[in-house]
Ligand binder design. Structure first.
Ligand code: SAM
Ligand SMILES: Nc1c(NC[C@H](O)[C@H](O)[C@H](O)CO)[nH]c(=O)[nH]c1=O
Ligand code: TYR
Ligand code: SF4
Length: 453
């Protein structure tokens, strides 16, 4: 591992009394893996430094076989839109380039990275326009804007705290150029035209109850009534607190994340789960994270897919402060996908994110254990602002061409994977699974974000 990861005195280290060969045998036989097995596989053996190319191929092969047994030859994707409401955030995660927009405004002399905030009316219009083009899922993950509250009552509670900016991270909407409205108003606005609304990460749910004694169940229940259909399992990063303390000290801890997810499942929401890897963590942290996700799934059965998110480093505080020099290598990415497939025996779908990996490597992941290739998204802000360069749009035609080129079957899916439609590769059409999706191809992928405020 070529990064400066050794600088941290972590308690959790990749040392095991298992052998690589034993772990691989268990994986091939479909036995449930323990953390030591996962560490042996993801490192290609702790007996030697570095990744052994021949062993790596055997791990990838085992994962690819497991993928074929579990979900077959289809590669799925979704016709969706990303509509992030705001980039304003002062949580200060060191891997992220979302910043408080007022600061951003001052520091943004070259005009390249201005922040934005959308009103509920802006969000409604953006979703309506995308729904007309056939998308049937809207994914919305946002910065923790200090003026965001669940509803009017929440605004009153937050405003009544002494020194609210410091104690509960609250400033009234009047302190900003654009009012994001309340979370319930945003849900209402985006839940239109029959689209599936995928929003409110555990961290956002925490923000929507900060300074109150409301439970996560109450908050997710209210959001669901306002139109929320499923929850993105981001904010997971690495679910080991000694890593969170370094990369996101301002975020909820591992237990908080798990409690929020359990609550979402309790009120009947589906969810995804993620890992954001390739920064300061080691192989043992990655596998411990997988164990926590597997336990959560044993308990809830609500996780529809697992998404490994490879850290994009260039414009992030971690890189700017010299704490990391790069993200994960291709070998590490491939092993992350493969071991996710082998370790998470209770999660059917493993997603390859073309936003993080690019087309070529993203396609390769579909032979390393992944079976889903994300969505059309139409606009992307998180990765782009961190320095990612793989674009923000995929048309159905591009999906069909790429997936059939590797000999697999392209299929569009609903967010929850309960509906899947294979695409005819000789006469590819556009989305058909949504209420306004009539097969018309999605053409131009121009960003839908309104002008910076
Ligand atoms: C940007 S946040 C937005 C939602 C909300 N603020 C939160 O933290 O849950 C969504 C996720 O994007 C991912 N992310 C942020 N910066 C990234 C980067 N530089 N590389 C890869 N993933 C990143 C993290 O996993 C993070 O939890
Ligand atoms: N992997 C990334 C995703 N994945 C989410 C999917 O697009 C989709 O919303 C989900 O599979 C539920 O159906 N989204 C991003 O914006 N960036 C990614 O890297
Ligand atoms: N928005 C996240 C990715 C994501 C969103 C929703 C999901 O269900 C999964 C992953 C990012 O860009 O990093
Ligand atoms: S990851 Fe989320 S909470 Fe952290 S700084 Fe970025 S937008 Fe804010």
């Amino acid at each position: 591992m070529q990064r400066s990861r050794g600088e941290f005195d972590f308690e959790c280290v990749p040392a095991t009394d298992q052998s690589f060969e034993n772990a691989l045998r268990k994986a091939r036989d479909g036995e449930r893996l323990v953390v030591a097995d996962g560490i042996e596989l993801i490192t290609t053996g702790t007996d030697d430094e570095g990744i052994d190319p021949e062993r790596k191929e055997r791990v990838l092969e085992a994962a690819d076989r497991r993928r074929a047994e579990a979900v077959g030859e289809q590669v799925t994707f979704v016709a969706n839109l990303n509509n992030n409401v705001t980039t304003a955030c002062n949580t200060g995660c060191l891997f992220c380039n979302f910043k408080d927009s007022s600061q951003q405004f001052r520091s943004d002399a070259d005009g390249g990275h201005g922040g934005f905030t959308k009103t509920p009316a802006d969000s409604r219009e953006i979703v309506e326009r995308a729904a007309e083009r056939g998308i049937y899922e809207v994914t919305s993950v946002s910065g923790l804007h200090p003026a965001f509250a669940l509803d009017d009552e929440h605004h009153e509670i937050l405003a009544s705290h002494d020194d609210a900016a410091k104690t509960v991270n609250y400033r009234p909407p009047t302190a900003y150029d654009t009012d994001p409205g309340t979370y319930l108003e945003q849900m209402n606005a985006m839940s239109t035209c029959g689209v599936h609304l995928h929003s409110m990460t555990p961290e956002e749910a925490y923000h929507a109850r900060r300074g109150t004694d409301w439970s996560y169940e109450e908050v997710y229940g209210r959001l669901q009534e306002a139109g929320l259909d499923s929850v993105p399992g981001t904010a997971a990063e690495i679910l080991v607190d000694e890593v969170r303390d370094v990369i996101c000290p301002g975020k909820i801890d591992t237990d908080g994340w798990l409690r929020a997810m359990e609550a979402a499942a309790t009120v009947g929401l589906d969810m995804t789960a993620t890992i954001m890897y390739g920064h300061v963590e080691n192989a043992a942290h990655r596998v411990k994270h997988l164990q926590r996700v597997r336990e959560l799934q044993d308990e809830t059965g609500a996780i529809t897919e697992f998404v490994p998110l490879s850290f994009i480093h260039p414009n992030t505080p971690l890189a700017e402060r010299g704490i990391v020099e790069s993200g994960a290598s291709d070998d590490e990415d491939e092993l992350m996908i493969a071991v996710s497939r082998l370790f998470l025996d209770n999660v059917d779908n493993i997603q390859s994110s073309w936003v993080k990996y690019g087309d070529q490597q993203g396609l390769k992941m579909l032979s390393c254990g992944a079976n889903d290739f994300m969505g059309t998204i139409l606009s992307e802000e998180i990765t782009k602002r961190a320095g990612g360069e793989f674009g923000e749009y995929r048309s159905f035609d591009e999906y069909v061409e790429m997936i059939s080129a590797i000999g697999r079957t392209p299929a569009e899916r609903s967010t929850d994977y309960r509906q899947v439609r294979e695409i005819d590769i000789d006469a590819p059409d556009g989305p058909r699974l949504g209420p306004q999706a009539d097969g018309t191809p999605l053409f131009d992928g121009a960003s839908h974000a309104p002008a910076d405020d």
